[in-house]
Design a protein around this ligand. Structure first.
Ligand code: CTP
Length: 129
């Protein structure tokens, strides 16, 4: 069985999120998703998520293509998570291209193109307007 892992905030869940999770799952048989904790999200994006970590994790966990979830508490713990969850493949959106190549000695590292023209930030901005 091939185990795939990916990470993200998945706030204000949108079709770009769904597509990357579906594509990530297609690289193996079991998909594990590290959902950014509220505090990691603030340090990463400089703003509070609209949905709480519990809500974001509940939504991601309910998807047919997702087998397991956990909270990602720190970007510094990537290697620990990859080892703890015995990941064979790490999938990330290409906004992170090259940033995780250091893990190629423990798993396959794949960057997938983002779905164009949609993001949580863009949705929040368009609702504000
Ligand atoms: N993602 C994607 N296509 C998009 C938006 C996001 O493939 N249009 C992917 C990201 O590359 C990442 C995952 O979805 O692997 C989670 O991304 P996240 O940062 O939670 O979502 P964004 O919409 O990019 O959020 P923000 O605008 O707050 O940065």
């Amino acid at each position: 069985m091939k185990r795939v892992i990916t990470f993200g905030t998945f706030d204000v869940f949108h079709v770009g999120h769904l597509r990357i999770l579906e594509r990530a799952r297609s690289y193996g048989d079991y998909l594990i998703v590290g959902v950014s904790s509220d505090s990691l999200n603030v340090s990463k994006k400089g703003r509070h998520a609209v949905y709480s970590q519990e809500e974001r994790r509940e939504i991601v966990s309910a998807l047919r293509v997702v087998d397991q979830t956990f909270y990602e508490e720190s970007l510094e713990k990537k290697r620990e998570y990859l080892e703890a969850y015995a990941a064979d493949v790490l999938v990330m959106g290409d906004d992170w291209a090259g940033r995780f190549d250091e893990f190629k000695n423990i798993c396959e590292v794949i960057y997938l193109p983002r779905t164009p023209a949609i993001s949580t930030t863009a949705i929040i901005e368009s609702i504000k307007r």
